[in-house]
Design a protein around this ligand. Sequence first.
Ligand SMILES: Nc1ncnc2c1ncn2[C@@H]1O[C@H](COP(=O)(O)OP(=O)(O)OP(=O)(O)O)[C@@H](O)[C@H]1O
Ligand SMILES: [Mg+2]
Length: 221
Amino acid sequence: MIGMIISFANIKGGSGKTTSSALLISGLIERGYRVAALDCDPLWTLHEWCSTAGPSRLSSARAEKAADISRHLDQFKRQADFIVVDLSAATDVMNALTFALSDFVVVPMQGSAVDARGAIHTLNLLKLVEENRRMVIKSSVLLTRLNPIVLTHSAKHVNQVIAEQKIPFLDAAILERSAYRDMFMKMESLFGAEDPRIHNLEKARRDILYLTDAVQKRLAS
Ligand SMILES: Nc1ncnc2c1ncn2[C@@H]1O[C@H](COP(=O)(O)OP(=O)(O)OP(=O)(O)O)[C@@H](O)[C@H]1O
Ligand SMILES: [Mg+2]
């Protein structure tokens, strides 16, 4: 069994890579898969979250330099069904290497023009890797921190810009939810959390599984 590598990348900081990574990891674990996480962000938030929140079916490691990425991925591929890589902003070399090793690259992006610029830069880097390796790497844009009530002018504009570039959106988006911030406060998975103060926990769980299924569907397509 060779695990599938899913990486989260956007050169723009704060676009939602770490949050999306943790949500997908918890969804895959909830679905019963063995998951490994590789944290490439020097704040090591995802690694700490995995170490605290994760059950035994979840392993994680930190990658400080490009050489760590291939070493860990090589090992994880033989142990896990899915490997989730949380890339850091503004490190083109580590991003490019990870793209070349990935089965699926997800580009999380808030509905803002600044995040869209980061997404386009990231996707251009991906295109460069694809052309050089003469291979197609699956990729999707994932809208994050979506306001469930209003589609802002900015978000509409961004949708249009991305659509013009013919970049496929993932068939799921991540809403703005306090539960997604709270899970890093106690470093826990929303499937394990029973704190009644977590707002809309059941809806958050439902959305996480919806995201997980959309990622799996795209991987299978
Ligand atoms: N869906 C969401 N709902 C609520 N808050 C969110 C959501 N997504 C992200 N955030 C918050 O936005 C901030 C940035 O998110 P996150 O750390 O996931 O982005 P990132 O792309 O990993 O950032 P960096 O480039 O610094 O690694 C964090 O404070 C996080 O808690
Ligand atoms: Mg991050």
